[in-house]
Design a protein around this ligand. Structure first.
Ligand SMILES: NC(=O)c1ccc[n+]([C@@H]2O[C@H](COP(=O)([O-])OP(=O)(O)OC[C@H]3O[C@@H](n4cnc5c(N)ncnc54)[C@H](OP(=O)(O)O)[C@@H]3O)[C@@H](O)[C@H]2O)c1
Length: 277
């Protein structure tokens, strides 16, 4: 492939005849020392990571930036590590905010080729005490937020006949979890969303997969009571919490060219907690 190519596609998905600029020149990327270097990686991709300011999303952004990709992260605060690329303030519950952020990422890094829909929240309560506001707020962030991101980035992926979408779900999508009906419902919803997209987008070279993390050491789990943490830990065959880097490594494979024949999959990264579901 030349360094820059102009492609034109006609297809049956209502995106006929648009002209797409594919830029394959060298781009600046990050090192973990925070210094910027230039890589000439032929497969450097434009990557968007939601919820990239901390925890799993920050580890994913760093992993992909170190691999030579052009990364943009989204979070409400916009406070991601600058060594991982462009950091944008964006609330995934707001479609307009998502559209603007995706435009900004594309302007800096080129059309988004890899989407990691990772932003998520919890609001744990037993269901009889869970108001509708709590239920819909968690769904709006974790599930509808992922849908909004897909809507904003999918067009160029389909036109370019290459794309990678990864949803960060959870072990509780399959197991359920007392006190997390809203969260578990949102995380199960991501599986149906991903598998539908895998069918819709597969013929255009876009894969869509789900990672189901187990118990990962981040701000989200730091708030759990000690007894609850001990209880979960005792159920993990590998006998430790996962690290954000464990999830990032799996994202790295799924989004690589080597992961190109995997789609519609739900991959547990949980130390055996769900035993493959
Ligand atoms: N930690 C675990 O054990 C675990 C297990 C299974 C699945 N997961 C899933 O993994 C993902 C990341 O979890 P984590 O543990 O890394 O959580 P975390 O440390 O709480 O980080 C959550 C990230 O999402 C962002 N975010 C939250 N609401 C947002 C919104 N409306 N718009 C944009 N960004 C938003 C946060 O940034 P701002 O606050 O600045 O917006 C932050 O960057 C979540 O989807 C979570 O459900 C986590």
């Amino acid at each position: 492939m030349n360094s820059t190519e102009v492609l034109s596609f006609t297809d049956g998905l209502g995106i006929d005849g648009e002209t797409v600029l594919l830029d394959r020149r060298s781009f600046p990327t990050a090192t973990d020392a925070g210094q910027r270097v230039h890589t000439t990686a032929a497969n450097s991709r434009s990557v968007l990571v939601s919820g990239g300011s901390r925890g799993i999303g920050a580890a994913v952004a760093s992993h992909l930036a170190v691999d030579g990709h052009r990364v943009a992260t989204l979070s409400r605060s916009g406070n991601a590590d600058p060594s991982s690329g462009l950091s944008l303030a964006c609330d995934v519950t707001d479609a307009e905010s998502v559209e603007l952020a995706v435009k900004q990422a594309a302007a800096d890094n080129g059309p988004v080729e890899v989407l990691i829909a990772n932003a998520g929240i919890t609001d744990d309560k037993l269901v009889l005490r869970m108001g509708e506001e709590s239920f819909t707020r968690v769904l709006d962030t974790n599930l509808t937020g992922a849908y909004r991101l897909v809507k904003a980035v999918a067009g160029p992926m389909l036109r370019n006949r290459w794309g990678r979408i990864v949803f960060i779900s959870s072990v509780v999508a399959m197991s359920g979890s007392a006190g997390q009906a809203n969260y578990a419902a949102s995380k199960s919803g991501l599986i149906g969303l991903a598998r539908s997209l895998a069918r819709e987008f597969g013929p255009r070279g876009v894969t869509c997969n789900v990672i189901a993390p187990g118990f990962i050491d981040t701000d989200m789990t730091a708030v759990l009571r000690e007894e609850r943490r001990d209880d979960v830990l005792s159920s993990i065959p590998l006998n430790r919490m996962g690290s954000p880097a464990d999830i990032a490594a799996t994202v790295g494979f799924l989004t690589s060219d080597a992961g190109g024949y995997v789609t519609g999959a739900v991959i547990p990264v949980d130390g055996g907690l769900g035993m493959g579901h």
